[in-house]
Design a protein around this ligand. Structure first.
Ligand code: SAM
Ligand code: SF4
Length: 508
């Protein structure tokens, strides 16, 4: 926690020189007029044009703005269905039938900003404010591990009490938790962070503390809208400080960064183009784009009229279109659909080619521990608007969602081995573009799934899970790559048996 007064701390946050160094001839990479022009130029592509563009996506090449704009203008429903199927095919090509799961852990809802759409905004007097102590971080982590999670995204409001030192302490605390399970033990193996933009020096400290991916959503790429929802006298009111948050992270040596836009504040087609330009600028300046793209939809939040009546709220049909176009435009990047969406919409988004999702999610501060207590006392565990950032669409447990995916023929991967073996940043992106990362992932997904089945799965889950793990193993045995690689397969089988006997956290 910072020893500075609130006013002093605020003055320290933004560093103009860490914005200016990324400008291109004094200009930002987002130019609203240019994007509007691109969108206008993309009117009514014919089927052949769209299919040619899809061939490029299938070759795992990023699309240009004109191509993305063309896809955004498609009106024919059968062509949209073709695009969705191609998106799913791309996802399978790059990520096979794996879905990665994570759990958000909200550490603090103290916030100096006043974002019009967020329940944590400083002027929301209905919100109960709380910052977790380290003991509470430990309890929350234990509760999340008990569900079977191995990956966290830690979330913080922007405040002097939850400054970088607090983040580091909470990350280290969560990494240190080891919890007994049915047949072994569990721990958190990767921690990502969603937090306000920071200086390069602070980002370096986060990296040294073991940060995985650093995620910052631009919310909206349209400056006027940005100004309307983020008061100018707040830290978040500085559009440019946020626009280059991930550039600074790259400079700090964090090579897994995650972009996102909050859909519902401005025209969804415009935001898709904004995300593409953001990706392109990271690629241009650092040779590597974002690790994941998020596209949260605005959800109802307390004391936030705009979260309920924004004229730009995105309907379900358009939401699936935007997911489809993003999948085709940046074919090698991970895509995250969250529990903000209903069970049905999550399912549909996954069938457009998403790669990551969360489950058993609680977004109140101390939410996991509170829910456990309430369960023990047979009390209601319904969501409460004044205790969380916004309302969730899907509150099902990890067990239920993993089972649903198994029934859809998908395997959940709890694997974090890639990062721990140095397969991050440009290395992993290169492997993804050439579809080779999948070889390691396929084996590690089976190993971590085995752990989940041994330690956390309900009887119903186990039934569905054993089937999918069997299918995966059969596929592995059939693949020439694995048949040739006898040593790798020996290691795999040895580790698989070790896990059955209670050993944990072993990977290839
Ligand atoms: N305070 C940090 C910041 O603003 O960057 C990080 C944490 S904030 C809690 C995480 C994200 O939640 C925001 O970037 C925003 O996109 C999203 N969010 C805020 N209000 C929301 C709402 N009503 N519905 C859906 N997502 C929301
Ligand atoms: Fe604070 Fe982030 Fe919510 Fe804005 S979105 S009020 S910065 S927690």
């Amino acid at each position: 926690m910072s020893k500075l007064s609130a006013a002093e701390w605020k003055k320290e946050v933004i560093r103009e020189e860490e914005i200016e160094k990324y400008l291109i001839s004094g200009r930002d990479f987002i130019d609203e007029e240019q994007i509007k022009g691109e969108l206008a130029g993309g009117r009514q592509p014919d089927k052949k044009q769209v299919r040619d563009i899809m061939q490029k996506s299938l070759a795992i090449e990023r699309l240009e703005p004109a191509e993305t704009a063309a896809l955004l203008q498609v009106t024919d429903p059968s062509l949209w269905e073709e695009m969705r199927q191609t998106g799913l095919e791309i996802k399978r090509k790059v990520y096979d039938n794996r879905i990665v799961f994570f759990a958000p852990l909200y550490c603090s809802n103290l916030c100096v900003n006043n974002c019009a759409y967020c329940g944590f905004k400083c002027e929301n007097n209905q919100e109960k404010r709380r910052i977790l102590t380290m003991n509470e971080v430990r309890q929350e982590t234990e509760a999340v591990i008990s569900e079977g999670h191995k990956r966290l995204i830690m979330v913080y409001g922007e405040h002097q009490q939850s400054d970088v030192d607090y983040m580091i302490e909470s990350i280290k605390t969560a990494y240190d938790v080891k919890k007994k399970s049915k047949n072994g033990w569990g721990n958190i193996r990767r921690i990502n962070v969603n937090a306000a933009p920071m200086s390069i020096a602070n980002l370096k400290k986060l990296r040294e503390a073991g940060l995985g991916t650093y995620q910052v959503f631009q919310e909206t790429y349209d400056r006027k809208t940005y100004g309307r929802v983020h008061p100018a006298n707040t830290l978040k009111g500085n559009y440019r400080w946020r626009l280059y948050a991930l550039h600074r992270a790259m400079d700090a040596g964090i090579d897994d960064v995650a972009v996102g836009a909050l859909f519902g504040l401005h025209d969804w087609r415009f935001e898709v183009m904004g995300l593409l330009h953001h990706t392109m600028d990271l690629e241009r300046q650092f040779g590597i784009g974002p690790h994941t793209i998020s596209f949260p939809r605005l959800m109802p939040a307390s004391d936030s009229p705009i979260s309920k009546d924004s004229p730009y709220l995105v309907n379900d049909a358009d939401f699936l279109k935007l997911v489809t176009v993003l999948r085709l435009s940046v074919p090698y990047t991970g895509m995250i659909v969250t529990a903000r969406e209903s069970a049905e919409m999550r399912r549909k988004a996954i069938l457009c080619g998403c790669t990551q999702t969360d489950a058993s999610t609680k977004i109140g501060i101390g939410g996991y521990t509170d829910a456990l207590k309430k369960l023990e006392e047979f009390q209601e565990t319904n969501q409460k608007e004044d205790e969380q950032q916004f309302m969730l669409g899907d509150t099902r447990s990890l067990d239920e969602v993993v089972r649903e995916l198994a029934e859809m023929g998908m395997i959940t991967s709890f694997c974090t081995a890639g990062y721990r073996c140095g397969r991050t940043g440009d290395k992993i992106m290169g492997m993804l573009k050439h579809c080779v990362e999948g070889k390691f992932c396929k084996l590690n997904a089976v190993l971590t799934y085995r752990e989940f089945l041994e330690d956390y799965a309900s009887a119903e889950m186990k039934k569905a899970g054993e089937k999918i793990i069997q299918k995966e193993i059969e596929e592995i045995q059939k693949q020439p790559y694995f048949q040739k690689n006898k040593e790798l397969m020996n290691t795999f089988w040895r580790e698989y048996e070790q896990i059955r006997k209670g050993e944990r956290d072993i990977y290839i």
